[in-house]
Write a protein that binds this ligand. Structure first.
Ligand SMILES: Nc1ncnc2c1ncn2[C@@H]1O[C@H](COP(=O)(O)OP(=O)(O)OP(=O)(O)O)[C@@H](O)[C@H]1O
Ligand SMILES: [Mg+2]
Length: 295
């Protein structure tokens, strides 16, 4: 685990922004902190970055040398602050000076975030998505082991959102751990490997995205001769539910059976499946269920 929080708490007078939060963030994961507005996401990120003072509890970073952890963490918490009349390169040079790193890093990082072609243009001429990408570039300059992002795609159009997601995935592939806050389920489902759900400061769920994203026993299949397939499904003991959809049959495999057994059964009847896919599960439904359980 790269980060462990232990009963972390933040109170603002009567408001408990984060309550009794114990989470573990695996190294090299893309960890999503998911929750509606006001659920305590930004406050949590602020505490683990030491920019918001915690009221109670503790957290431990498992990186770098003791007392030096902060240097290994890159973060974008608020809308990025750059000098409007300076170009991307000039702005990043200033960041390099502050962080005491070489200017040589600037070009490769600008390429990575897709700003290389616009690097001489003034920051004020940048679109919101470009500003966000420059902020990510700036955070990458210190070669962080952990990158923390608060609502990285807020306000971006669909194309901008896809671009940021691709950059996040690439950064994760470099072996960095990413912690991001989002109120968008879709975003968490698309980029995160692990996630937790906060509601009114309380941890109400934590898990692995992939396990949620696939409802293990539901499959879609198709065969050349769909009448034969239909008949076989009607008579099969391996499935508890089936339905005919436009292009496929959708089946739910019984708990004590498996897709392999069904395939064997079909092929013994000379029915050869030419399309098989596991149905993706809608995290949104699950998320709403989770929130409903809390009411
Ligand atoms: N400085 C502050 N003073 C008082 N209350 C605060 C302060 N900062 C946050 N809060 C309260 O703490 C709670 C959690 O806020 P936080 O900003 O962490 O939520 P969030 O999940 O990031 O929300 P959003 O999705 O809107 O960004 C809210 O009720 C908020 O009003
Ligand atoms: Mg927030």
């Amino acid at each position: 685990m790269i980060l462990q929080t232990d009963h972390l708490e933040k109170r603002y007078g009567k408001i408990t922004a984060v309550n009794n939060l114990s989470i573990s963030i695996p190294r090299k994961s893309v960890f999503g902190l998911l929750g509606p507005n006001g659920s305590g996401k930004t406050t949590t990120l602020g505490m683990i970055l030491d920019v918001i003072e915690k009221s109670e509890g503790s957290f431990t970073w498992n990186i770098g040398e003791k007392g030096n952890e902060r240097k290994k963490i890159g973060a974008i918490l608020e809308s990025p602050n750059f000098y409007p009349y300076l170009s991307a390169v000039e702005n990043l040079k200033l960041v390099c000076k502050i962080k005491e790193v070489s200017y040589d890093l600037i070009d490769p990082i600008l390429k990575q975030v897709g700003l290389f072609d616009r690097k001489e243009d003034a920051f004020k001429t940048y679109s919101l998505g470009m500003k966000q990408r420059l902020a990510i570039a700036s955070a990458l300059l210190s070669d962080p082991e952990v990158l923390i992002l608060d609502e990285p795609t807020n306000g971006l159009d669909p194309k901008g959102i896809v671009e940021i997601r691709e950059i996040i995935r690439e950064i994760a592939e470099e072996g960095r751990t990413i912690i991001l806050a989002s109120h968008l389920l879709d975003e968490v489902q698309k980029v995160c490997t692990h996630f937790c759900v906060l509601n009114k400061g309380n941890l109400i769920y934590s898990g692995v995205v992939e396990e949620l994203s696939k409802e293990k026993n539901r499959f879609q299949l198709r065969a050349e001769n769909s009448d034969l397939l239909k008949l076989a499904l009607e008579n099969s003991n391996q499935i508890s539910e089936w339905s005919e959809e436009e292009l496929f049959f959708s089946v739910l495999i019984k708990k004590d059976s498996s897709i392999e057994v069904l395939m064997q059964e079909l092929s013994s009847k000379n029915i050869f499946v030419n399309h098989l896919s596991q149905k993706t599960f809608n995290l949104e439904k699950k998320f709403i269920e989770i929130l409903d359980q809390q009411l």
